[in-house]
Design a protein around this ligand. Structure first.
Ligand code: GLN
Length: 309
């Protein structure tokens, strides 16, 4: 039951955009990836997709941007779909309480990343996807194009190159896990696929559509099944507890939905059984989450009452 009788997504989006109008521009665009540093933090867009794939939007909801770590949800789903629970032998599912690119936990936890959404865990997931498909980045792209119906979804080679050139920390994470025998393929190839994955360019509309399988309990846009109901529930649970890094507690408190952020300023969120949301505003807080994006999702669940709580 929503708080708003006859909930009209477009009206809700328009109201949110008005209420948070002062926030886009707060925070800073990610500057450790030079190709992202120049993006104006004032930009803002938001979209909602219902279960049938009808999309509503406000602001720059059709503008493509760098999806970054939001893609970690999709690679996780693609691995679970092929390999089921075997993944959890290689990656944990506990919140890390540490920044997304932290190295410290990896050593005292024997090279097993805390969860699939911090960089170490995502590298391990991409390595599994590469082992399972022979082309992790290509498999991701094929999935995204099918779910969005948008064949323009692609990689931003400039961003991928910029990340490669400034990728010492991700390279360190991958090599460190490899030293424990936890990476199957060659590290340089893994980094190549991981950086291309992060550079995927999608709009809020694309992201809301691509996330639909998590609101439809594992069903893809064409009605076929990607994940079991239980696997979809598990991904939503890990998004809730780990999707916004060391701010996941605060995100659950404010928004109350499974969510996943990226340093491009995007965040996706899921109302299971009802709809998906995607928001974009490049100004980040100190934990790497979009300031206006979190506020917009906070307003959405407060106005509509749609939350998992
Ligand atoms: N490509 C970024 C990195 O690996 C992704 C991080 C993020 O979006 N949180 O550092």
């Amino acid at each position: 039951m929503s708080l708003v009788p006859d909930l009209n997504y477009q009206d809700v989006l328009d109201q949110i955009a008005e209420e948070i109008a002062a926030l886009p521009g707060r925070g800073r665009s990610a500057d450790y990836i030079p190709a992202l540093a120049g993006i104006d933090p004032h930009r803002f867009g938001m979209a909602i997709a219902d279960l049938d794939g009808k999309v509503y939007g406000v602001g720059e909801w059709q503008t493509p941007f760098s999806a970054q770590s939001v893609t970690k949800v999709f690679t996780l789903a693609l691995v679970l779909a092929r390999d089921g629970a075997a993944l959890w032998e290689h990656v944990g599912r506990e919140p890390s309480g540490n920044p997304f690119n932290s190295l410290v936990q990896l050593e005292y936890e024997n090279g097993i990343p805390r969860n699939p959404f911090i960089n170490a865990g995502a590298l391990a997931v991409t390595d599994r996807l590469q082992a399972l498909t022979g082309d992790a980045a290509g498999t991701l792209l094929e999935f995204l194009r099918a779910e969005t119906g948008n064949c323009e979804v692609g990689f931003d080679e400039e961003v991928a190159r910029s990340e490669t050139a400034n990728g010492d920390r991700n390279a360190a994470l991958a090599h460190f896990m490899a030293s424990y025998g936890r990476i199957r393929g060659p590290v340089p190839r893994l980094l190549d696929h991981y950086f291309r994955q992060c550079s995927t360019v999608l709009s809020c509309a694309d992201l809301a559509l691509a996330t639909g399988f998590l609101a439809r309990h594992g069903l893809l846009a064409d009605g076929s099944r990607l994940l079991t109901r239980s696997e979809a529930k598990q991904i939503n649970a890990v998004m809730m507890t780990c999707g916004t890094y060391d701010a996941a507690g605060d995100f659950a408190y404010r928004v109350g939905l499974p969510g996943k952020s990226g340093v491009g300023g995007g965040i996706i969120a899921v109302v299971p059984g009802r709809c998906t949301l995607a928001v974009w505003s490049p100004g980040l807080d100190e934990r790497g989450n979009s300031v206006a994006g979190v506020a917009a999702l906070d307003r959405f669940t407060t106005l509509t009452g749609l939350s998992v709580f």
